[in-house]
Design a protein around this ligand. Structure first.
Ligand code: LMR
Length: 331
């Protein structure tokens, strides 16, 4: 009798102690991404970690895994849904399995510049898209810029005919596939981690990315030409697992939301400069000729690629395309 009472007391104490330990354990947020640290997304992830650890010390711990070191393309979304990571920021080109609406952002020559992108992302239609995957347990928390994409290749690309027959790496996006088919090139879907080697070994002859990704992945070392085409956008949606986010203690979630607003403003303010710095590093490396297009030459690319819009109008929605296009008019 005495022994079982003592056992019961020991048990209760043990449970109590482990209960306390559980309560005191910080919430771990793993943030996985595929790019280098000196890029807009890489910097954003690090700033998020810094601010969370300053303001939610002991409550939340952030672990950042750059350069596909934890999960690469294709696996990171699955990992988010399984709860193996809590934050990721895939490029907007990588959501088509979850919603066709985000294909909008891949349409070639949709946005004239990053200010137009900003206006659209802040509009009610742009904000609504952040919630477009909640039925799939994915919540969009913010848009982060990288910037406009440039074409790179081992051949000088000045007019669309120059791309004919070349193999281009594309992200997993049907729109980008069609964009290259529109100039009679051969698109090939490859994950970001495979791009450098595929360019180096000739699996593909060209690619498209903003300067910060080209430089930080050393793509310029295996590409003789970059055409400053600004033909499309590479931006991100910072996303989380809806059930995880909604299950956070309200005070923690409120503080995280505030931090995300702050980090987003910083990422979007610095992105253009990071791309311009990366461009300068490429110029200094003297590995690659940067080709600037005349308005007429750029117009030719636009004319060839823009018919792609019509192919996706049904899936994206004509109204959404119209709203995005209207954001090119400065208010
Ligand atoms: C790419 O695959 O080219 C980009 O999405 C990589 C990135 O996340 O910037």
């Amino acid at each position: 009798m005495l022994k079982s009472l003592r056992n019961a007391v020991v048990c209760a104490l043990a449970l109590g102690v482990s209960g306390l330990a559980l309560a005191a354990d910080p919430i771990v947020i793993k943030f996985s991404h595929v790019v280098a640290e000196q890029t807009p997304k890489g910097q954003g992830a690090l700033l998020f970690k810094k601010l969370v650890e300053e303001r939610l010390k002991d409550k939340v711990k952030v672990e950042v895994y750059p350069n596909s070191s934890l999960f690469g393309d294709g696996k990171e979304m699955e990992a988010l849904l399984l709860g193996d990571v809590q934050l990721i920021a895939p490029s907007l080109a990588k959501f088509e399995q979850y919603t066709p609406k985000l294909q909008l952002f891949d349409l070639p020559f949709l946005f004239n510049d990053i200010s137009a992108v900003d206006r659209f992302q802040r509009s009610p239609q742009g904000q609504e898209l952040l919630k477009s995957m909640e039925s799939k347990n994915i919540t969009g928390l913010a848009y982060w810029h990288n910037g406009m994409k440039q074409l790179s290749a081992n051949k000088k690309l000045v007019v669309p005919g120059d791309a004919r027959g070349l193999k281009f790496r594309v992200q997993a996006s049907a729109v980008l596939d069609e964009q290259f088919k529109a100039v009679k090139a051969n698109p090939r879907k490859l994950s970001f981690a495979e791009v450098y080697q595929s360019l180096q070994t000739g699996v593909v002859n060209g690619a498209e990315n903003p300067y910060s990704n080209i430089f930080s992945q050393k793509m310029h070392e295996v590409q003789k030409f970059i055409t400053e085409s600004d033909h499309g956008l590479l931006d991100y949606m910072l996303i989380t697992n809806t059930k995880f986010w909604n299950g956070l203690p309200p005070d923690v979630r409120t503080e995280l939301d505030k931090i995300i607003v702050e980090v987003t403003a910083q990422v979007n303010k610095d992105a253009e400069k990071l791309n311009q710095d990366a461009k300068q590093h490429i110029v200094d490396a003297k590995t690659t000729e940067i080709i600037l297009l005349t308005p007429e030459q750029r117009g030719e690319w636009r004319e060839k690629m823009k018919p792609v819009w019509a192919k996706f109008e049904g899936a994206i929605g004509a109204d959404l395309i119209k709203a995005a296009d209207a954001s090119n008019q400065a208010q």
